[in-house]
Design a protein around this ligand. Structure first.
Ligand SMILES: [Fe+2]
Length: 440
């Protein structure tokens, strides 16, 4: 009887298996899609390229650009639409690049703000009202992570998927506009992302496409990036906009610069060492690091480009028990196990490369032979979400763009190293480091 039952179920099992295999392995990789040029449709005094970023405890920095230089760097805001009971003034800047002259770039810090609240705001006394939500002060908190975003039709698709499900903070591990030195592409990018970046804080770090490179004198600058995307570096004790840190609801996030000096004795190294040294895991049980060129990578693209920085800084992050290191640069998705010094280590960070936001260059399709350190890898466009549930657990998911839909192709539960006693010498208990199943 049991044998007969098995024969009846066997065809069904084969069909289900084939369905699973088809969805897993026969996914057709999509080619790059065309650039989107986003024009400014308002008046010269209307705000454009509006985006917000966290700016120290309880504050938000509002950034926007006007073509009219007489518009004041002023933000009106409040918790009721159309009724602004607070006003803040800030600063402005502009820059030139050969024949290009930027608009007036306004930066206004507003607050103190209440957590988990909706605020409505207007920039410079002109144009439409915008709104944003402040992150929560306690868990749970959700981060969206998207690298190498660009401004193509894939970018629009990724952002639409991001916008379909709520989150608290957007993290971008470098390569924003792919402007290189074409300054008008920065403006177009700012307009394309405004719908999202004016609505939730965008915390970014620089990639190679942010660099303005001058070949003969071999000089490189981040002129446009630093003028347009001011991050809370002063608020976190850094002297450079290229590296900084911030706290959100029990998480400390360190944003590093892959293209500024990182060697021992450098300003960045000294700052990171001090910043990580101040972390109190009873206040921020989760510590995340974000950079552009990955330290671990089994893709053939950009092989070894992060190696110098890894050699210089891996010890710092390892000793601080950083939980996850996010990188971009490689136009694919890859998730590693916990690693230290090229070997699996239960006290090392989980490394995740997520450079597949939608850039114009297409995907990095060729991976090397499999590595026991690499858990999941796939060359498809998409975005990631880290939902930190509490001081112990977080859920990571990678959402592949399936044309107009989004599909969770990889997911895993992570455990904060704060809870792994064997990773803290004073409370060593080696046996507890042995993790089981897919929980890392
Ligand atoms: Fe890059």
């Amino acid at each position: 009887m049991a044998n007969h039952f098995f024969h009846l179920l066997l065809p069904l099992f084969i069909i289900l298996s084939q369905t699973t295999l088809t969805s897993q392995f026969d996914y057709i990789r999509h080619p790059p899609r065309p650039l989107i040029h986003t024009p400014h449709l308002g008046s010269e005094s209307d705000p454009q390229q509006v985006h917000i970023s966290l700016a120290g405890k309880d504050h938000m920095r509002v950034t926007w650009i006007t073509e009219d230089e007489d518009v004041a760097s002023m933000v009106e805001y409040g918790k009721v639409s159309g009724e602004y009971d607070a006003i803040a003034e800030g600063e402005h800047t502009s820059y030139t690049f050969f024949f290009y002259r930027s608009g007036k770039i306004h930066h206004v810090k507003i607050g103190p703000l209440e957590s988990s609240s909706t605020y409505y705001y207007r920039c410079g006394g002109h144009g439409p009202e915008f709104s944003f939500n402040t992150p929560p002060s306690t868990f749970p908190v959700e981060f969206v992570v998207v690298g190498d975003l660009g401004q193509t039709e894939w970018t629009a698709s990724t952002l639409a998927h991001v916008g379909n499900k709520d989150y608290d903070v957007f993290i971008l591990p470098g390569d924003l506009s792919y402007a290189n030195t074409h300054q008008t592409l920065w403006d177009s990018f700012g307009r394309l992302v405004e719908e999202y970046a004016s609505h939730r804080p965008w915390m970014v770090t620089g990639g190679n496409h942010e660099i303005e490179f001058f070949p003969i004198i071999k000089h490189h600058t981040f002129k446009a990036y630093n003028a347009r995307w001011v991050m809370p570096y002063k608020e976190s004790g850094s002297t450079s906009n290229l590296y900084y840190s911030f706290d959100v609801a029990g998480s400390h996030i360190v944003m590093l610069g892959s293209y500024t000096d990182f060697n021992e004795g450098s300003d960045q190294y000294t700052w990171v060492e001090a910043d990580l040294g101040k972390v109190d895991r009873t206040v921020t049980p989760w510590v995340l690091a974000v950079l552009h060129a990955p330290w671990y990578n089994t893709n053939k693209a950009h092989k070894g480009e992060g190696e110098g920085m890894r050699k210089a800084m891996e010890d710092l992050l390892y000793k601080a028990r950083v939980d996850v290191v996010f990188a971009g640069h490689v136009h694919a998705y890859e998730r590693f196990t916990r690693i230290y010094d090229k070997k699996a280590d239960p006290c090392g960070p989980v490394y995740i490369t997520i450079g597949d936001g939608g850039n114009r260059e297409g995907l990095a399709l060729k991976f090397e032979d499999t590595s026991e350190l690499s858990i999941y890898r796939e060359a498809s466009f998409g975005h990631g979400r880290l939902r930190v549930v509490d001081g112990t657990r977080a859920h990571w998911s990678w959402h592949r763009n399936n044309d107009s839909d989004s599909f969770v192709a990889d997911e895993v539960w992570l455990q904060s190293l704060t809870t792994t006693k064997s990773c803290w010498p004073s409370t060593a208990d080696k046996d507890e480091s042995k993790k089981k199943g897919d929980e890392l």
